[in-house]
Write a protein that binds this ligand. Structure first.
Ligand code: HEM
Length: 73
């Protein structure tokens, strides 16, 4: 599950980067397709949640570890 989230985060970061580059390309055009302008938002949103999940992992492990140690004493 953790490696799955990490892989998803890694690939989402590539998708996000591509959509941002597409935005810079589209800046040079007279007409900017709205779907390209908003395209980075979905991967960024998913990056936020997978990133926050990974951020919380070490703290969750610490918390679980301490609780198990408490039960032993
Ligand atoms: C939006 C909020 C984001 C949060 C909260 C977040 C958080 C995190 C966290 C906690 C990690 C794991 C660090 C560790 O090893 O302990 C990580 C890894 C990473 N993040 Fe993000 N991130 C966010 C957005 C992004 C964006 C926008 C990009 C790039 C476009 C990105 C690219 C990466 C990459 C490449 C890794 C390494 C993945 C791996 O080790 O396989 N992240 N991020």
């Amino acid at each position: 599950m953790n490696t799955w989230i990490r892989q998803a985060h890694r690939w989402l970061s590539i998708v996000f980067t591509v959509t941002v580059i597409a935005n810079f390309i589209v800046l040079g055009l007279n007409e900017r397709p709205l779907w390209i302008v908003y395209a980075p938002l979905l991967p960024l949103f998913l990056l936020l949640f997978s990133g926050l999940y990974m951020f919380a992992l070490p703290y969750a492990a610490q918390w679980r570890g301490r609780r198990r140690a408490d039960a032993r004493t």
